[in-house]
Design a protein around this ligand. Structure first.
Ligand SMILES: NC(=O)c1ccc[n+]([C@@H]2O[C@H](COP(=O)([O-])OP(=O)(O)OC[C@H]3O[C@@H](n4cnc5c(N)ncnc54)[C@H](O)[C@@H]3O)[C@@H](O)[C@H]2O)c1
Ligand SMILES: [Zn+2]
Length: 357
């Protein structure tokens, strides 16, 4: 067996994708299998699965690519396609794409006819280690990211690194940030293997094992706390300040990829971890230098600190003027619900700003 099973049995990391998908398809009537994908994946990814036995006569809907299409009209397109083609509660939806598509397709499948089975086949590194797993589904609405959605677990997630042959290096490095995060919050060993991975010359066979271990860490937290009442918040490490970077870049008209924003957020939150949870200074500095060497630096100045802080306080998870963070006392350990005040957050931004490239 070449499978590298992750923590949860329904996450399958494989280089025998068609065999695994074929096994799942046998459980459904052939005319009740529906493929949901987007334009780029229709071109680059569908050819890797369309010879799967049982998939010969599949019906397919292709939505436009890109985050700007993660919207209600795309969900409607999927609902309409399913509805007009006789989908019912015995049907299977196969979502093939990056995180944009798996979020949308999972939401559409979760809501039509009060929910039908769906399988995610993630095609970007970010989707393979993060978005396709954990059951968060939804779309952007009223200018707000993931404003509408439900939590509903996929029946199976099938992960094959061959899809990553065609993604660009920026999207690759973006997904890599979530693997770094998994190492930081849960495992010194995983952080080391992620760090030792040769980004300049990616070996997708080697990556398969690393992805399996990374996604198992995400699944571990999801399994313990699916609705994010407590320990699932560990996965937010780097994201509170990271989202502020992401939003600021978007408002400035020069959007940055999610993983880059998370990497910048991780640096600032490592600083908070040092101040609040005694993460050693040597570890903070060493990790910051490494992250800067991989992700470069986003330029900020003091005049933006207030706007960054406002973006953080608008996060629905906060109370009053303090901001709720997930921090790490040491690599591999996590402390949730750490409140930090404005002055300390400004210091963290100051630390980030002063780092040299
Ligand atoms: N549900 C969750 O828990 C969760 C977690 C993290 C992120 N997300 C969501 O994921 C989305 C970001 O995911 P993403 O980074 O995968 O973005 P994406 O799905 O937009 O994909 C990035 C780009 O790569 C292209 N692409 C995808 N697969 C490809 C392939 N194999 N070859 C060539 N091109 C390919 C896409 O068309 C797109 O242009 C966001 O909407 C975010 O909100 C969800
Ligand atoms: Zn993220």
């Amino acid at each position: 067996m070449n499978n590298d099973p992750a923590y949860n049995a329904n996450i399958i990391v494989t280089n025998k994708l068609e065999d695994e998908l074929g096994k799942i398809l046998t459980r459904y009537p052939q005319d009740k299998i529906f493929l949901v994908t987007e334009e780029n994946c229709d071109q680059f990814c569908v050819p890797l699965i369309n010879h799967t036995p049982g998939f010969e006569h599949f019906k397919k809907v292709v939505i436009p690519s890109g985050e700007e299409n993660k919207k209600l009209s795309s969900v409607e397109m999927i609902w309409l396609f399913l509805s007009q083609n006789g989908a019912d509660r015995k049907s299977l939806v196969v979502n093939l794409g990056g995180g944009m598509l798996t979020d949308l397709g999972s939401f559409a499948a979760s809501t039509i006819k009060r929910g039908m089975d769906f399988v995610n086949i993630p095609t970007t590194l970010l989707a393979q280690v993060d978005a396709s797993v954990g059951g968060k589904t939804g779309f952007n609405f009223n200018g707000l990211k993931n404003e509408i959605g439900v939590i509903n677990q996929p029946n199976t997630v099938l992960i094959d690194t061959r899809f990553l042959q065609t993604i660009d290096s920026q999207n690759f490095i973006s997904g890599y940030a979530e693997m770094i995060k998994h190492g930081l919050i849960n495992s010194v060993d995983h952080l080391e293997e992620v760090r030792n991975y040769n980004l300049a010359n990616p070996d997708l066979e080697v990556l398969r094992g690393i992805i399996a271990r990374s996604v198992a860490i995400k699944d571990f937290f999801v399994f313990k706390d699916p609705n994010e009442r407590n320990i699932r918040k560990a996965l937010n490490f780097g994201h509170t300040i990271g989202h502020a970077f992401e939003s600021a870049a978007l408002y400035s008209g020069k959007p940055i990829l999610h993983g880059y924003a998370v990497a910048y957020g991780i640096i600032a939150e490592l600083y908070l971890s040092h101040k609040v949870c005694n993460l050693p200074l040597t570890v903070l500095n060493e990790l910051s230098d490494w992250l800067i060497s991989v992700y470069g630096k986003y330029t900020i100045d003091e005049r933006q600190f207030e706007a960054f802080y406002q973006l953080m306080t608008h996060d629905k998870k906060n109370e009053g003027t303090r901001v709720n963070f997930t921090l790490i006392p040491a690599v591999g350990e996590v402390a949730i619900n750490q409140n930090c005040d404005k002055a300390l957050i400004f210091k963290a931004l100051e630390y980030y700003k002063k780092l040299s490239i």
